[in-house]
Design a protein around this ligand. Structure first.
Ligand code: FMN
Length: 197
């Protein structure tokens, strides 16, 4: 079983970065194969909407994003951690997500899916926002995730909202860490059960 942990923050040693590593530690403890994808460290450029993937099912760009997109088909679960930027996900994560247009095109334009649609995959989204909670702080990010997880044929089973992270370090808050552990264990459990069926 393989779990992908996606960190959407460009900041080292901060909330999303540390949470991603905390989740990796939980995977390690449970003997689950995993990989952290720090999207801000990928050598990638944005989707330019050229339409090539609508005809070929693959992106014409040969950068790290193209090779990273391919990791999602064999995966069993994905946990994404992102900062909230202007009520959305970080620009780096959005740029990464847009590069999955090739996957979308392979399924819906070409009807030749580049991902096994029958495989049961499970996912979670954890969002970290600097300000104290306010209305719709997480709404846009969650809408993006809802569509993204559909595109990667992964059932989004948990979303966690962590506000006030500019005041309280999420990776030092026991209640937050306990919730992240519960979510991670649930994702592992669901993916394991699906593999047994
Ligand atoms: C460009 C930018 C935009 C931001 N926009 C918001 C926002 O709309 N709402 C909010 O609550 N916090 C916002 N923040 C604060 C971040 O969500 C917060 O600092 C978060 O902890 C960053 O995640 P990280 O620690 O994992 O890097 C913004 C920060 C930056 C740099």
């Amino acid at each position: 079983m393989k779990v992908l942990i996606v960190n959407g923050s460009p900041r080292l040693q901060k909330n999303s970065y540390n949470i991603a590593r905390y989740i990796a530690g939980i995977m390690e403890k449970n003997g689950v194969d995993h990989e952290i994808i720090d999207v801000a460290r990928l050598d990638m450029t944005p989707c330019i909407g050229c339409g090539v993937c609508s005809r070929t099912g693959v992106c014409f760009k040969n950068d790290e994003s193209t090779s990273t997109v391919k990791k999602f088909d064999p995966s069993d679960a994905t946990i994404i951690v992102s900062p909230i930027y202007f009520n959305s996900v970080s620009g780096q994560l959005k740029m990464f997500i847009d590069r999955f247009q090739s996957l979308y095109a392979s399924k819906y334009d070409l009807k030749q899916p580049a991902i096994d649609r029958s495989k049961k995959r499970f996912g979670a989204f954890i969002a970290v926002a600097g300000a104290k909670g306010y209305e719709d702080q997480f709404t846009s990010a969650e809408l993006i995730m809802d569509l993204f997880f559909k595109v990667i044929n992964t059932k989004l089973i948990e979303m966690l909202r962590i506000p006030d992270s500019d005041r309280v370090n999420a990776w030092e808050d026991k209640a937050t860490l306990d919730e992240i552990e519960r979510i991670s264990l649930r994702v592992i459990e669901e993916a394991k059960m699906a593999k047994q069926i």
